[in-house]
Design a protein around this ligand. Structure first.
Ligand code: NAD
Ligand code: UD1
Length: 342
């Protein structure tokens, strides 16, 4: 069975391609390589022994996207990862975010309707909840005003998918990710941020390996036990596996509604200092860090109620924080090794 994975050379997409192939799916990747490298395709092959088909297409281009669908019939489902994802950048360049994330989604959904592809899985984010009133946050929590244009694109995308699937023969699953971290155990694929990373874990590992001087902890005065902000970190392979379950659920028509929503996290909240302590434990290193002001747009605390995903999908995140940090650290060390060998 053929699955189209957009953004499949990216961080979460590449890990999902591996899991799909290992579960017998044939994968076609579309990516414009705006935030990933073509070498990822070969690295996927190193893990699975199968080279996924790769098409370099910018999904903002309606004509090219439509031509792709004309050439590639019999696609059983689409997993749509392709998007821009930097919260800070989205504040500086809101139109780029609306144009990229919304236009790409519309072009994909148009293709789905025209070429009768019924199954659609979408990468959403816990950012749609803003700062929830109650924790852990469930899928039925209210959607608050978005704190960034990036977050807004996810809210709008969810609405577009719900509106489209209610009128067309499309079944959708919206997966709200919490904070994916870590890398594949083979260390052939992992998070490869271009430029300075925005996210906590690549910043920690890059500081530890000497690429960065110091980690800045954004805020020490939050209303949390140690004053630093709390998130629900989930290993990227655990996250990737949920996509295989989700697409299978749609293909086998096990979904209960036309559009379903699932939180994907571990259900545990960890503070920035907890993450650093875990890193120091697994690496045996002392991390160089200092406290600075809060980062604007950050929320204080969020973690998932994963009951619905655990029960309905029969899926559970397995890796604990130490294992996630160890895998992120091994990946950073493997990248350094590749650099030294060049
Ligand atoms: P990523 O940047 O590593 O991967 C996204 C991929 O999409 C990249 O390879 C990029 O080149 C491609 N892409 C972007 N715009 C495109 C376009 N117009 N046409 C074709 N390809 C395009 O990001 P990721 O961390 O793997 O995130 C994947 C998805 O998950 C995104 O939708 C993101 O918003 C969402 N998400 C990520 C996180 C996270 O913390 N990483 C959290 C919640 C949700
Ligand atoms: C954000 C978005 C998420 C988005 C993701 C992708 C929210 C609530 N979440 O996650 O939807 O998909 O980015 O990029 O908007 N931190 C530091 N120092 C650093 C970096 C981070 O202290 O150098 C702290 C942050 O303040 C935060 C935690 O680490 O408390 C995690 O930050 P980050 O990895 O950037 O993820 P989020 O902001 O939670």
């Amino acid at each position: 069975m053929k699955i189209l994975v957009t953004g499949g050379t990216g961080y979460i997409g590449s890990h999902t391609v591996v899991e799909l192939q290992q579960n017998g799916y044939e994968v076609i990747i579309i990516d414009n390589l705006s935030n990933s490298y073509l070498s990822v395709v070969d690295n996927i092959e190193k893990i699975t022994g199968i080279k996924p088909v790769f098409e370099q297409i910018d999904l903002r281009d309606e004509t090219k996207t439509n031509e792709f669908f004309k050439k590639n019939q019999n696609i059983a489902g689409i997993i749509h990862f392709a998007a821009l994802k930097s919260v800070g950048e989205s504040v500086e360049k809101p139109l780029d975010y609306y144009q990229n994330n919304i236009l790409s989604l519309i072009n994909i959904l148009k293709g789905q309707i025209e070429f009768k592809i019924n199954n659609f899985v979408f990468s959403s984010s816990c950012t749609v909840y803003g700062q929830p009133d109650e924790l852990p946050v469930t899928e039925s929590a209210p959607i608050k005003k978005a704190l960034s244009p990036y977050g807004h694109t996810k809210q709008i995308s969810e609405e577009i998918i719900k509106n489209t699937s209610s009128n067309a023969n499309i079944n959708g699953i919206l997966l709200r990710y919490f904070n994916p971290i870590g890398a594949h155990e083979s260390v052939h694929i992992g998070e490869l941020p271009i430029g300075t990373p925005n996210n906590l874990v690549p910043f920690i590992t890059q500081t530890a390996i000497g690429k960065r001087e110091m980690l800045k902890i954004f805020g020490s005065d939050y209303n949390t036990p140690d004053g630093t902000a709390i998130r629900d970190y989930i290993h990227v392979t655990d996250l990737a596996k949920a996509h295989v379950v989700a697409i299978g659920r749609l293909i086998n028509k096990k979904n209960r509604e036309k559009t379903e929503v699932f939180n994907l996290g571990t259900g545990n909240g960890f503070s920035v200092l907890d993450v650093i302590k875990s890193f120091e434990k697994i690496s045996g290193l002392n991390l160089n860090y200092k406290f600075v002001d809060r980062r604007s747009g950050d929320i204080e605390r969020v973690w998932a109620d994963t009951t619905f995903a655990n029960k309905e999908l029969g899926w559970i995140a397995e890796k604990n924080l130490d294992k996630m940090m160890l895998s992120a650290w091994k990946w950073e060390q493997a990248l350094e090794q590749v650099k030294r060998n060049k």
